[in-house]
Design a protein around this ligand. Structure first.
Ligand SMILES: Nc1ncnc2c1ncn2[C@@H]1O[C@H](COP(=O)(O)OP(=O)(O)OP(=O)(O)O)[C@@H](O)[C@H]1O
Length: 191
């Protein structure tokens, strides 16, 4: 059975630790052929086994800088000297391949997508509270104390924006995972 979706592109946003990856992982597992992620660009060198156009679009720094300046990217950032980013075209490529594109991006990315013609549906993944968000971030054990503090600080702005009228089409509260997952599917699929 093929199910109809409410859009061809979904933006999934929310504070770090709110559960975006957890929910998307479940979705991709349950519907392995329906959804896709866009392929990011990077200026770092490919690692052995990495395939250009599949793992990343590997590009020269000068070219990527030009394309970022030309507004061809939804988001871009530099980590330890290497640029990373999501181009508008990489999102369109997923749709052209017949898949529904899932974009996991932050608030700045959301604002940037809103300035494009992509016309996605916007879903906000909200933690039940800042306290629980903090517990989960610490529980994940992937961040230094400094990074946890920075993410919690950023989450305040993310939550504020999430509460802004019209910022998102749907809010998924990630308290009980099962309920949150059903609420996500409800936002994606058309009955
Ligand atoms: N409903 C839930 N109940 C309890 N724990 C949860 C729930 N959802 C997610 N978690 C846990 O919270 C942590 C953060 O979740 P996850 O990594 O999916 O967040 P994220 O929004 O993708 O974060 P980031 O933006 O940093 O990638 C993980 O350890 C995950 O297992």
């Amino acid at each position: 059975m093929t199910m109809q979706t409410a859009a061809k592109i979904f933006v999934i946003s929310g504070p770090s630790g709110s559960g975006k990856s957890t929910l998307l992982k479940r979705l991709f597992n349950e519907y392995p052929d329906t959804f896709g992620f866009s392929v990011s660009h990077t200026t770092r060198k490919p690692r052995p086994g990495e395939v250009n156009g599949k793992d990343y679009h590997f590009v020269e720094k000068e070219r990527m800088q030009q394309e970022v300046s030309a507004g061809k990217f939804i988001e871009s950032a530099t980590f330890s000297g290497n640029m990373y980013g999501t181009s508008i075209k990489s999102v369109e490529d997923v749709v052209d391949s017949g898949k529904i594109c899932m974009l996991d991006i932050d608030m700045q990315g959301v604002k940037s997508v809103k300035a494009t013609q992509l016309n996605p549906r916007y879903i906000f993944v909200r933690p039940p509270s800042i306290e629980i968000l903090e517990q989960r971030l610490r529980g994940r054990g992937t961040e230094t104390e400094e990074a946890v503090t920075a993410r919690l600080e950023a989450s305040k702005r993310e939550l504020e924006y999430g509460d802004t009228q019209g910022a998102y089409d749907r809010i998924v509260v990630n308290d009980d995972l099962e309920k949150a997952y059903n609420s996500l599917k409800d936002a994606i699929f058309v009955a």
